[in-house]
Design a protein around this ligand. Structure first.
Ligand SMILES: Nc1ncnc2c1ncn2[C@@H]1O[C@H](COP(=O)(O)OP(=O)(O)OP(=O)(O)O)[C@@H](O)[C@H]1O
Length: 249
């Protein structure tokens, strides 16, 4: 058997993933891939199935059909290894507002079985890098929405995952905070080689060279770079998206 070297394995590979809520088919056997070290956008309107996909990949729900692997670790057969490679920022806020920023990250580290001086230093490093050096011992309750999001991204990186999933991370933020979050995640891809799956319905967050999967009503209705999808439609990504989702109705 030929074993692929780890760096050539995709960060995330999803094949034929289906999920139903009773009669409602939220994911209809979708396949997608996040290559290692790339920023990949999952573009879909409300109700497309983005959050369901994230819930399955993080094992909040078991996958009902299909195969998911994270850097070659099958999520069903080797869940601990797969999840150790995975950092997640959920759409809804999940920080404890009455703990400090540092305590929130230390709590997350403890859940991963991490404690001690090296982890404490990593937590400080991540927070300083996120521009939150002054806020480390503030309670989360007093942070702005943008700052809280940055804390959540730093927290998702505490256990040093190589794949980051973000579910509409800029929802509810103003333009400047939104741009700051997008830039900081792109910097993680560029400087640290982190692989990212970024779910959104905001076209401005997607760069022409990004790989994009368009999710609509539980199906991937198009895939390609943002530039190629725009070119095929003869216009912008927004127009391409409108055409694709109208066709699929
Ligand atoms: N727990 C649930 N029970 C029943 N149906 C659900 C449940 N969660 C999601 N759905 C349905 O599954 C479909 C996909 O929902 P999902 O939340 O994954 O979409 P989304 O793309 O994340 O949308 P949004 O941007 O609004 O969060 C929708 O039709 C939704 O109503």
């Amino acid at each position: 058997m030929i074993v692929a070297p780890p760096e050539s394995l995709p960060a995330l590979s999803i094949n034929g993933l289906g999920h139903r809520f009773g009669a409602r088919e939220a994911l209809a056997g979708i396949s997608l891939e996040v290559p290692a070290g790339r920023f990949v956008a999952l573009l879909g309107p409300n109700g497309a199935g983005k959050t369901t996909l994230f819930s399955v990949v993080t094992r909040l729900y078991n996958n009902q059909s299909g195969v998911i692997s994270v850097f070659g670790h099958d999520l069903r057969r080797a869940p601990s290894r797969a999840l150790a490679e995975l950092g997640v920022v959920f759409q809804s806020r999940t920080l404890d507002p009455d703990l400090t920023v540092r305590q929130n990250l230390a709590y997350h580290a403890a859940l991963h079985g991490l404690a001690g001086r090296a982890v404490r230093a990593r937590i400080e490093h991540l927070l300083i890098r996120a521009g939150l050096g002054e806020k480390i011992d503030d309670k989360v309750r007093i942070l702005s929405g943008g700052q809280a999001r940055r804390v959540e991204i730093a927290r998702a990186l505490v256990h040093a995952p190589r794949l980051l999933l973000l579910d509409e991370p800029t929802v509810g933020l103003d333009l400047a905070a939104r741009a700051g979050i997008v830039d900081s995640v792109r910097q993680l891809v560029r400087d640290d080689g982190i692989s990212v799956l970024w779910a959104t319905h905001i076209f401005e967050e997607i760069a022409p060279e990004d790989a994009v999967y368009v999710l609509h009503e539980g199906n991937i209705v198009a895939a390609g770079t943002a530039a190629s999808l725009a070119e095929e439609s003869g216009s912008t990504l927004a127009t391409a998206f409108r055409k694709l989702t109208e066709q699929a109705r």
